[in-house]
Each structure stands twice: as structure tokens, then as C-alpha cells.
Ligand binder design. Sequence first.
Ligand code: SAM
Length: 332
Amino acid sequence: MTSNQPTPERIMQLANGYWATGILGAAASHALFTHLDAGADTPERLAEKAGISQRGVQALLDGLVSLGLVELHDGSYRNSDEASLFLVEGRPTCLSSFAKLKLAHMASTVVLPEVVAAGGPIADVTTEVADNPHWEELVPAIAAQSVPVALIAAEKLRIAQAGPISILDIGGGSGIYSAIWLEANPQARSTQLDWAPINAIARRLVGERGAADRFGTVDGDFHTADFGTAAHDIAIYSHIAHQEGEEDNVAVFAKIRGALKPGGTLVICDFVVDDDRSGPPFPLMFASEMLLKSKQGGTWRRADYRAWLNKAGFEDISFQPTMSPATLVFAR
Ligand SMILES: C[S@@+](CC[C@H](N)C(=O)[O-])C[C@H]1O[C@@H](n2cnc3c(N)ncnc32)[C@H](O)[C@@H]1O
């Protein structure tokens, strides 16, 4: 074979992609990244700290070296910079809970051939179901993903310098945006609209960050709830647009436009696809996740957001890629 002939390596890796989900999820389940960070640097020490078998630890370490999450130097293991920032427990950006959740969800993918044939979910549980227990697992696990993105948005909107502003968080989940923005601006107040059990989680988590007295919640369905009139300076709609179709997104954007004061800003955070659907890679893959879980959802293009926001009354629309797979959309 000549050097530029295709090899089976990549397809073998893709077909076995579940190995990566398993290795990462199992390592997170046994806090290996946290023990590595604390100095346990051999299979013996890690097995002792995690209380698991040495054979199991060695298999995980081999896999993690292959995945580039752990480095091996002279018989001593350590986290890569990426693992150190994003997989050590206790760090605000830690994605270990998310890795464990994705391992638990892995079996749901086996029905993808049937879901693709049907053009939507075949299981009972979808994102449209009210008070779905899925959210109670998901929202704390995805909160860390939003930390760097919420900080970028805070910087862009100069939230720290904005004085006594009012924030509206639609489908706020863990309340992570409110927590970070209220921390940045001690005069700001925030209201989250979400299902009752999720709002209870958010009140606890925002309270742990010391902003409980400036954080209010409204229990309900954002499709039917009244958002108020000209009451808020900033609204956030993070990781929601992908579960909704065009009609519902436009309807929610229009209600948000009405709830914002003149000149107020809607911030959307989502996995946005290029207009010609050629990238970016993560949002392209995420479309299958929405096919599995939502009746109308998908990964929407910049052109979709522009058109839908215009229809809802927003005129000034800009996009800001972040260091995460999510893009921020600002609309005024
Ligand atoms: C993917 S999570 C995003 C949470 C948060 N915005 C974030 O970015 O971390 C979706 C959130 O929307 C809420 N949600 C979904 N459908 C809803 C509806 N129809 N009415 C109210 N909340 C809803 C869920 O409970 C969940 O908290």
C-alpha cells in the first residue's frame, strides 16, 4: 500500500467508539483523574486510593494514555492538561459527572437505526415530556459545560459593570448562568423559568454560590408561560433551541422580545451549524442525539437563528464561537 492509501485504523476506532465512552466514564466513576491529581501516579497507588483492582486500573490507564487524557513518563502516570482542567472533581469546569451520565446513556444509541427510519424518537421519554426525570440527571451534569461560556457572555455584555439589572433564564436548569452572572454583579437579580423539580435543584445550587436572595424561580412550561412585558435587561436561552422546532423557537423568541426592555439582549447558547452544513464537527454529530430524544429538535444553522430571530422582532444579531462546542448568539 502507498502512504496515502486509506487504512482501516480510523474506521476500526469509530466502530469501537463506545470503548472511549466506557473508559472515560469508568475512570470518572472511580475518580481516577482526581486521585492522579492528588499524586497517586502508579497503578498500585491508584488501585489503593480508588479501592478497585490493579488489573482494572491498568486497563483504564492504558486506555486513557491512548485517548491522550493521561501521560506516562518513566513509569509514572499523570493527567494531561485537558484532564487536569476538565476531569478533576471539585473544579468548576469538571465534566466527570457528564462523562458518567453519557456512559449510563450509551445503550440508548442502539435504537438509532430504527429512530433514523422513523424520523424521530421511538422511546416514550423525549425532551417534550413535562417534569421528565431525564432533566434531573442531566442539568447538574451539564452545568460545568456552561461555566466558561457564561463567563465569555458576561465579559461581552459587561455584566459586572451593568448595575441593578434583571435577568430572565428560560429553561435555566441548574441555574448556572444566573449563578455566574449574579456572582459577577452583586446588584443583579435573576428569574428562572423551568419545571418545579429543576427549579428546586437550581435554588440549592445558586444558594450554595451565595446568591439565593437575588434568584427567583417560576415553575411551568415555557411554551405556555407568560414571560411578562419590558421587565428584563438580559434573557438567556441556553441549550434549549436544539430541542425545539422552528415554530416553537420563533414563538419563544417573540415572548422573550416582549419580556426584554427596549435595547435588552437575548443570549442564546447552542450547538450552531454552519450555513452550508459542513461543520463544526460537534454540532453536526449532535443532530443524531436530538433525533433520538426530541420530536422537532435538531442542530440549527446560523441562517435559521437569523431568520427566526428577525421574525420574532430582533434586528441586531451576532455570533460568537467559544472554546467549547457551543456558539453564543446575541440578539437585540
Ligand atoms: C439541556 S437543559 C439546559 C439547562 C441550562 N439552560 C444550561 O444550559 O445548562 C434543558 C432545560 O430546559 C428545561 N425545559 C425543557 N423543556 C421545558 C419546557 N417546556 N418548559 C420549561 N422548562 C423546560 C429542562 O427542565 C432543563 O432544565
